[in-house]
Write a protein that binds this ligand. Sequence first.
Ligand code: AGP
Length: 610
Amino acid sequence: MCGIVGCVTSERNAPYLLVDGLRRLEYRGYDSAGLAVIKDGEIVTLREVGKLNNLESALKASGLGGTIGLGHTRWATHGRPTQVNAHPHRDGSGKIVVVHNGIIENFRELRAELRDQGHVFASETDSEVIAHLIESCYRGDLAQAVLEATRRLEGAYAIGVMHADHPEMLVGARKDGPLVIGLGENENFLASDVTAALEHTSRFVYLDDGQVAELTRDGLRILDASGHEQPYVQTNIAWSLAQAERGGYPHFMLKEIHEQPTVISDTLLGRLDETRGEIVLDDLGIDDEAARAISRIHIIACGTSWHAGHVAKFYIEQLARIPVEVDYASEYRYRDPILDPDGLVVAISQSGETADTIAAMRMARQAGVRVVGVCNVIGSTISREADGSIMTHAGPEIGVASTKAFISQLVALLLLALRLGRARGHLSVDELRRHCLELRQLPQVVENVLKTEGRVLEVARRFAGAQDFLFIGRGMNYPIALEGALKLKEISYIHAEGYPSGEMKHGPIALIDERMPVVAICTRSPVYEKVITSVEEARVRDAKMIVIGNEGDEKITEIADETIFVPHVAEILSPIVNVVPLQLLAYFVARERGCDVDQPRNLAKSVTVE
Ligand code: AGP
């Protein structure tokens, strides 16, 4: 999730406005930053790895000024976080610069095509291709060139573009990536979100998918996809800066829960190829032959990532028929595991910096076992050291309690299972296509699940005073019960236990009385009736039953004190759907109790010590 800022102003302080704007986007996380201005008819760029302070120091040292510019903070997806890969990117003539947020799915094809035409590329990024594409479409009208170029782009983008021959003009365009225009007094802005320009204006225009904006310091033209000028609507934003950083949500955690439909789309982007019946995982480093040779898989992770690993065990064993063991990384590294050179270790880590997971991964690699990292942070230790990787594209997660990163891990691990299943002949092309179709519908399904928010809030208000909670689920939803319990204890400090429902009568049932709320995941699956039986067992012992069921399931209404209904989906997608109301439940309970939701006591976002 990169950050974009552009400004065209009457003062010569544009680069400083850009750095200020980028600082407002720091909450999104980044690994490098850069800016470009037009000086004496030429583009000048500054790009630095690491903190924004590095860019600011470089700017001060350069004495650079200017009335127009583009700035960018990069969250690497394609290509490591290096100076060369940092934005802005130039075209071949050096006259055009582009900043980009998103992922260009067909960048390889475009790069090959442009190379054949003589274009030379400097970076490993997908973004650089946009600058060269605009160059090849440019015939004197920048907005028109951007329009033409964007017609060739597949994937998601929000871009800002500047041309040395148009020293008073910025052009912006978007598709499935956020971009707003800020209208100031004798100055205008382009930004990933309103925070970047809120200090200078409260008047914003939200760009729609497919539109192109042409900004000067006192004018704005919006063109539709066919190049026709369109009227636009100004929105007055009365947020404080702190509110704006959270997109108007009271907490990052709630914002991140609501980002999950987009995160699913981003994690799927460019990876489903129905035409060829393939799952495309470019950096996996395992071809079909190697996939067929895998004797077994060891998943190592901690916390929420470990729960994702448990769901993955179901995915991989069902779809690829490879035996899977799941370990806490902290246990694996000390228990002298049997390391099979024909096996595969999958290290799951949002941050890619968890000390135990890194140590376990290194141990496996030293023993000659291939390791695949499933990470959210490109350039992190695990993503760098693993033999192959699957990046999860959840964007920076600020809330300490992991939500959107977990969902993106589940999607990435399902893609891995489908990829292995196809390579090993357990899935036909038609079966794979059916899974792809269902996955493509998933963002909309999760969008619908988020509509349960009001209902979940009612339930949370009723039970916010409870001292203990029990979460039960079965099959691939039993790890989701564990995750529901972990979320609740992390942020509300209520004691919560997660169990496979079949285990309830082997112990935890002793805890049940009328003060114990029990959350049961009871959506349709081959073990549905088994979970219903556990619900009955808890109910007759006076537990207060909160049941997550499928819309239209009358039986659930009869046996539950409180119901939360979610859409029915294929069983393999049910963990991704069912975890959402549990995240919301934890969030609302914690909020009702006045807890510090985003920074719960004693917890760190990334546990870099043993
Ligand atoms: C999740 O809500 C937690 N904060 C925690 O369990 C986390 O998942 C764990 O520390 C692992 O982190 P990682 O995914 O960055 O390795």
